[in-house]
Ligand binder design. Structure first.
Ligand code: HEM
Length: 479
């Protein structure tokens, strides 16, 4: 038994510990009231972007959400977002190790920081530019995929197509792969199908709970399949194998003086320093599914509203006389098409983009933000804020046109690729690809709803907000 003196000593020591221990400064921002220990984790629900939008409206431009011990800052104001994204202090990343190629390693552009990130990003941006957006080489690579896709869709001879996403994924993964690796597969090739399947599968497998896994990584230990962890790891394993094999083939036949494609240039640049596969995995995973999903939404909105198809086809006819395919150079004369693409991008596939992280203790607008704080830009809300967009839930390309619908209007509130130093380096490639696929499919086909089916515009929730499977009919036009 302890004596009374020992008890007093223990009590004083415990009190002293709590009084004297350095206090962790909490972030002084408004936010939803949460439960002890778990914070707001169970209030977020499956439709995280909707919950966060409500909190954005209620608590203002910067609010704080507590997820267990972690305090996350959510930004729901365009001006604050732009200002923060331009600042070096917020250029950090907090990609959990589960979400990168080799679990536990920080490689590639998306998840890295500092020198490694700057180096890889500079290289990828330069190569994408030098390989040439809007150049004929890029255009012919993309058109090859558009044409094969057209043939595959035409082969249905008007029978309903139920797996649009898979057709679009194969074609867009292939075009990205041709640009990166200089080789193309037939869209029927089992190797390509396996890659495309894994890429988009991971985003779906991750399903409704991917956001939760991102923020509460311990979920992988108790429910790895349910929280999407297994799906993500399967995707990265397949992707790693596929890309590594290609890189090995390149290494075997590499000639320093005559680079054949993106991979050769990369091998030349960093031959002795690091594993070249990492950048490609990152860019490929980031780019492929986003483009296919954007196009998938386009088809769904076209079958839901035939007026969109009519306007697109009228504009294409005016520009090309339907005597030739549409090309990059036609773009300036196609405001409705460009407005349609903007409206597709406003839907915001990835509701929070890729979260940022505070690099060092920082004070912003009088609020102390400790190093490591996660910053989530509420991109979906910024693109659906009723105070900015009026009728955000309506799909209305005309919102990006002048009243006579003859010219495109620039809208500073549309930033699907984000802004600042982490801005998506694939923006031009994505816009080019989406443009060529959309216009050339619409020129070749009347795209209609299968009469007995319903159109459901509610997204399927995963990493990306994707259309639920639907039925579309592609009828070849006589031009
Ligand atoms: C519709 C298509 C696309 C959309 C909407 C999109 C959107 C985004 C967004 C919102 C980010 C996060 C930016 C930030 O952290 O502030 C991002 C990052 C990134 N995207 Fe894209 N993207 C698309 C296509 C592509 C393509 C085709 C590529 C590949 C060529 C690509 C490569 C990347 C990379 C490498 C990053 C990470 C940049 C960094 O951390 O420095 N994206 N993208």
């Amino acid at each position: 038994m302890f004596s009374i003196t020992v008890w007093i000593f223990i009590v004083v020591a415990v009190l002293a510990y709590f009084v004297l221990k350095p206090k962790k400064r909490t972030i002084n921002l408004p936010g939803p009231w949460g439960l002890p220990i778990v914070g707001n984790a169970f209030q977020i629900g499956k439709r995280m972007h909707i919950t966060m939008a409500k909190w954005g409206m209620k608590y203002g431009p910067m609010c704080k959400v507590k997820l267990g011990p972690m305090e996350v800052v959510v930004i729901s104001d365009q001006h604050v977002a732009k200002e923060m994204l331009a600042m070096d202090a917020f250029v950090g990343r907090t990609t959990p190790p589960e979400f990168v190629l080799y679990e536990g390693e920080t490689v590639g552009i998306i998840g890295s920081e500092g020198e490694l990130w700057e180096q890889q990003r500079r290289f990828v941006v330069r190569q994408l530019r030098d390989f040439g957006f809007g150049k004929s080489s890029m255009e012919s690579i993309i058109m090859e995929e558009v044409n094969e896709l057209g043939e595959r869709l035409a082969a249905f001879k008007g029978e309903p197509i139920t797996n649009m996403k898979s057709f679009l994924s194969l074609a867009t993964v292939n075009s990205l792969w041709s640009i990166v690796a200089g080789t193309r597969y037939s869209q029927d090739d089992p190797k390509l199908r396996a890659l495309a399947h894994r890429l988009s599968g991971a985003f779906n497998d991750a399903g409704e709970n991917a956001g939760a896994l991102f923020l509460m990584k311990w979920l992988k230990h108790i429910a790895p399949e349910f929280c999407g962890y297994n799906g993500i790891r399967r995707m990265f394993a397949d992707l790693a194998e596929f890309v590594s094999k290609t890189i090995q083939e390149h290494k075997n036949t590499f000639q320093e003086d005559s680079p054949r494609d993106f991979i050769d240039v990369y091998l030349k640049e960093i031959k002795s320093t690091t594993d070249p596969s990492s950048s490609f995995h990152g860019a490929e995973a980031a780019g492929a599914d986003t483009m296919a999903s954007t196009l998938n939404w386009a088809i769904l909105h076209i079958i839901n509203n035939p007026e969109i198809l009519r306007k697109l086809q009228a504009e294409i006819k005016e520009v090309t006389g339907n005597s030739r395919p549409v090309s990059f150079s036609d773009r300036p004369k196609m405001p409705y098409t460009l407005a349609m693409i903007n409206e597709m991008l406003r839907l915001t596939l990835s509701p929070f983009g890729v979260p940022h992280c505070v690099l060092n203790d920082t004070e912003y607008k009088g609020v102390f933000l400790p190093k490591g704080t996660i910053i989530m830009i509420n991109l979906h809300f910024l693109h659906h804020d009723p105070r900015v967009w009026g009728d955000p839930e309506n799909f209305r390309p005309e919102r990006f046109l002048t009243p006579n619908e003859k010219s495109l209007v620039k809208n500073e509130y549309l930033n699907p690729f984000m802004v600042g130093r982490r801005q998506c380096p694939g923006e031009s490639l994505a816009r080019d690809t989406i443009f060529l696929f959309l216009v050339n499919l619409v020129q070749k086909f009347d795209i209609l709803k299968e009469p007995s089916s319903e159109v459901d515009l509610e997204p399927e929730i995963g990493f990306l907000l994707q259309p639920k499977p639907y039925k579309a009919v592609f009828l070849e036009r006589k031009l």
